[in-house]
Write a protein that binds this ligand. Structure first.
Ligand code: AMP
Length: 539
């Protein structure tokens, strides 16, 4: 039967068949909030009615600037469910980028957490098309605000009953919109459809043990403003997994306590957050009770961390790779049954790679003139992807579309990778970050991974710096571990048996902190800018 795949059906199903499954949020106002999928569904319907009353029509964009919490969850379903487009904004973008994305998307309303009232007050004068701002709190916590047309979320809901039937429409209707903060130029919009989102949800839930099930308590550390929190809100609604949402505080003790209290068995986030949790685990000498599977993606995860989580704490590390343009999941890093007998080190080496394609993500690596390269684990080139939840264009951006999409229907990821005979992918580098030394390529990611295992180093980035003889040479920039002073000679001695000799960094700089992008990755663009006057000693 030709039944449309609609996002509203995920929550409707969850509310009917997993009615009592919980959504637990650390609220912006402070206390832990908990309710059930059935209650969430009722409120999402009230919210859809409230938005219709505000004049939001099908196809119009409604923005959110919010942490991971239950009201944000309701917005995901209410906005898309009524046929409008849920535009989740990353609050860590530069102010001018936030202005750009709201204007580019032509957002009609902006829903914001209390935290972001001052931010929107500062920007509102530049947002002429926004009809109003809905502050995601109750009457009691409504702040004094300079925002014109500021409305209270709970008051809007209280005015509606839940008597609402989700409309049916074409599954190819746009459902949500995320902007990816490119390293250069304006952010680029990726528009998802109901069909792509539902198919991606099915794939996430089938992704080799990393997805939610009706028995999981799942912590979404990955922000809901970053690629739909990797699809977890949809997946938890569909499967009835308990969904745990961390709210505004991202600190080691808070993450630990929340996981411990809610008996979280699976959690997903980027490496920097796992570093925070690991620090707390080391302090307390244990892991949060019941924690079994750590899902990591977004940037490379050093082997030393995989080893510590698995060996010291018995936590299964599940590595995934993806991109905003892929909804985002593209691979899943499971150990194949044939690898079960591998020695520990070999196992961690496999887990350090980015994993195998999941069904629905076709991949190939190509050389500089677009020729396909062998999948032998050695040859590396740019990864191209296509599939039913891969974007086919950027939203209203012909220039960026022409750059990133090939004429024969593939998306150019910008990731330089190897693929082996099992389909396991390993990122060598971002195409813009790879270091070209005397015509040969050095992987900044491999060097960083190896350097991060050095006990004196807390965080590392490697960038190629101009060199008169070799074209570019690697510069290692680090944040020192507490009480340590890393020096080049010692670090290079440590790296000597881990990377080729000619890869060893020519210099090491210690900084107080590394610049990060809005999604928590080290911003090499900013780092290069910061170090633009740097010259290698003796050159
Ligand atoms: P975003 O669209 O912000 O999610 O960023 C996507 C990019 O993050 C990819 O193109 C990769 O360069 C990087 N990335 C994502 N997952 C991983 C991973 N598991 N290991 C290394 N880099 C990753």
């Amino acid at each position: 039967m030709d039944r449309p795949l609609l996002i509203s059906s995920l929550l409707e199903f969850g509310a009917r068949y997993h009615a009592d499954s919980e959504i637990v949020s650390r609220s912006v106002e402070g206390p832990i909030h908990r309710y059930t999928l059935a209650q969430s569904h009722d409120r999402a319907k009230q919210l859809a009615k409230a938005m219709a009353r505000l004049g939001v029509a099908e196809g119009e964009r409604v923005a959110t600037i919010a942490w991971n919490g239950y009201r944000h969850f309701e917005l995901y379903f209410a906005i898309s469910g009524m046929g409008a487009v849920c535009h989740t904004i990353n609050p860590r973008l530069f102010h001018e980028q936030i202005v750009y994305v709201i204007n580019h998307a032509e957002d009609k309303y902006v829903f914001l957490d209390l935290t972001f009232v001052p931010l929107l007050e500062a920007l509102a004068a530049h947002l002429p098309k926004v009809a109003g701002y809905v502050i995601m709190t109750d009457k009691e916590h409504m702040p004094e605000t300079k925002l014109e047309n500021a409305l209270c979320y709970e008051e809007l809901l209280a005015a509606e009953d839940g008597d609402y039937a989700w409309p049916e429409f074409d599954e190819l209707t746009a459902s949500s919109l995320c902007y990816t903060s490119g390293t250069t130029g304006n952010p680029k919009g990726v528009l998802y459809s109901h069909r792509s989102t539902v198919l991606h949800t099915l794939a996430v839930c089938a992704a080799g043990g990393a997805g939610p099930t009706n028995r999981s308590s799942y912590l979404a550390l990955v922000p809901m403003f970053h690629v739909n929190a990797w699809g977890l809100p949809y997946g938890c609604a569909m499967t009835g997994a308990k969904l745990v949402l961390p709210g505004p505080r991202y600190e080691g003790d808070m993450i630990f306590d929340l996981m411990d209290a809610e008996k979280v068995d699976k959690a997903a986030g980027v490496p920097t957050l796992w570093l925070l949790l690991l620090g707390e685990m080391q302090k307390r000498g244990c892991k949060p009770d019941g924690f079994e599977t750590l899902v990591v993606g977004g940037s490379a995860f050093p082997t030393s961390m995989i080893e510590t989580f698995e060996e010291t704490y018995g936590i299964n590390v599940h590595h995934a790779w993806g991109m905003t343009e892929l909804s985002p999941i593209g691979t899943s890093g499971t150990i194949l049954p044939a690898m079960d007998g591998l020695a520990k080190e070999a196992r961690w080496a496999v887990k350090n790679k980015q994993g195998r394609p999941i069904y629905g993500v076709e991949k190939k690596i190509v050389g500089e003139s677009g020729e396909p390269l062998p999948e032998d684990g050695e040859a590396f080139g740019e990864m191209l992807v296509r599939g039913p939840w891969t974007a086919r264009a950027y939203f209203n951006d012909a220039e960026a579309t022409a750059e990133q999409f090939t004429e024969d229907g593939w998306f150019r990821t910008g990731d330089v990778c190897t693929l082996d005979e099992n389909g396991i992918m390993q990122i060598v580098d971002r195409s813009k970050d790879v270091i070209k030394s005397a015509g040969e390529w050095i992987s900044s990611i491999d060097l960083e991974n190896a350097a991060m295992a050095h006990p004196a180093i807390q965080e590392a980035a490697v960038i190629g710096m101009a060199h008169p003889k070799w074209d570019e040479r690697p510069l290692l920039v680090v944040v020192a571990a507490e009480g340590e002073t890393p020096v080049l000679e010692a670090v290079n001695a440590f790296l000597a048996d881990k990377v080729a000799k000619w890869w060893l960094p020519d210099d090491l700089l210690v900084l107080d902190e590394l610049p990060h992008t809005a999604t928590g990755k080290v911003s090499k663009l900013n780092l290069r800018e910061q170090l633009k006057d740097y010259v290698f000693p003796g050159v």
